[in-house]
Design a protein around this ligand. Structure first.
Ligand SMILES: Cc1ncc(C[n+]2csc(CCOP(=O)(O)OP(=O)(O)O)c2C)c(N)n1
Ligand SMILES: [Mg+2]
Length: 279
């Protein structure tokens, strides 16, 4: 596949944001804030970095993507549909009974590797996948996305210890560091600053970036792939904005798990089209 330009990837991210707000508005429920903060990283992974075959989702040599903060699956679903894992019309069935697109990802959805939603579990599964790939002498890599609030879960650190023990250089974590969780800032609820230092202490190679800057994300993924010669597992700490790209959602904790109504959706689409808060 021809490498996409930064501008093309930004356009894809924009379209994913549009799809996220439209899907949530239609469903009347879901999690916009954390879906919009992680959209740029998801776009870079799916449309530039990972080896996948949408026509053969279980291809043995594929890279694995684990959305450990599973509540933001609308962004993942939009990416999978755009790639052709399933028809784009299916996005309109988000959260309907019987749909393959439930409020948290499950394996009825082509491209989903493991059901997630119980915070902390996805990253532990990602570690298991990375170990299995090494045992099978595969070159595939595992990309896992965590929330900063999720990093309050003990299981995250059990997984991190294990990744260090087995020197899982095929594991790339992305922490979507948007400083907010379900009902407030991480500082208010359970302070856990300096996540980079914490993962470093657990044996990871750390990359601190602006997680909503496509150019920085791509440079970092290049650096991980081309220039990292250590056997350490990798962790990208992406500083992001919850609700990124929608004026009235940015940095507002209340937009964690509420869907926009029709008028709000229209405004959100206008903001996204106008590249609100992007240069
Ligand atoms: C084990 C577990 N406890 C609680 C929840 C409820 N819950 C869903 S999202 C969320 C906040 C997550 O915050 P963060 O990881 O920062 O994700 P963000 O939405 O900010 O991206 C919580 C507590 C859950 N899904 N799993
Ligand atoms: Mg958060």
């Amino acid at each position: 596949m021809k490498k996409k330009t930064i501008e093309e990837l930004k356009e894809i991210a924009k379209d994913i944001r549009r799809k996220v707000v439209t899907m949530l508005c239609r469903a009347g429920s879901g999690h916009p804030g954390g879906s919009l903060s992680v959209t740029d990283f998801i776009t870079a992974c799916y449309f530039s970095e990972m080896n996948l075959d949408p026509k053969n989702p279980k291809w043995e040599d594929r890279d694995r993507f684990v959305l450990s903060k599973g509540h933001v699956c609308p962004a993942q679903y939009a990416a999978l549909a755009k790639l052709g894992f399933f028809p784009e019309e299916t996005l309109q069935t988000l959260r309907e009974e019987g749909s393959i697109l439930q409020g948290h990802p499950n394996m009825q959805c082509p491209g989903v590797e493991i059901p997630t939603g119980s915070l902390g579990q996805g990253v532990a599964c990602a570690v298991g996948m990375a170990i299995a790939l090494k045992m099978d002498k595969k070159n595939s890599r595992v990309f896992a996305v965590l929330g900063d609030g999720e990093c309050q879960e003990g299981e995250v650190w059990e997984a991190a210890q294990t990744a260090n023990k087995y020197q899982l250089d095929n594991l790339i974590l992305f922490v979507d560091n948007n400083n907010l969780q379900i009902d407030g800032t991480t500082d208010e609820v359970m302070p856990n600053r300096d996540l980079g230092e914490k993962f470093k202490a657990f044996g990871f190679e750390i990359y601190n970036i602006d997680g909503n800057d496509m150019a920085q994300i791509l440079r970092t993924l290049d650096a991980v792939r081309l220039h990292s010669h250590s056997t350490k597992p990798k962790c990208i700490i992406g500083q992001t904005t919850k609700g990124k790209g929608v004026s009235f959602m940015e940095n507002v904790a209340d937009w964690h798990g509420v869907a926009p109504n029709k008028e709000q959706c229209e405004q959100a689409l206008k903001d996204i089209d106008a590249n609100y808060s992007f240069e």
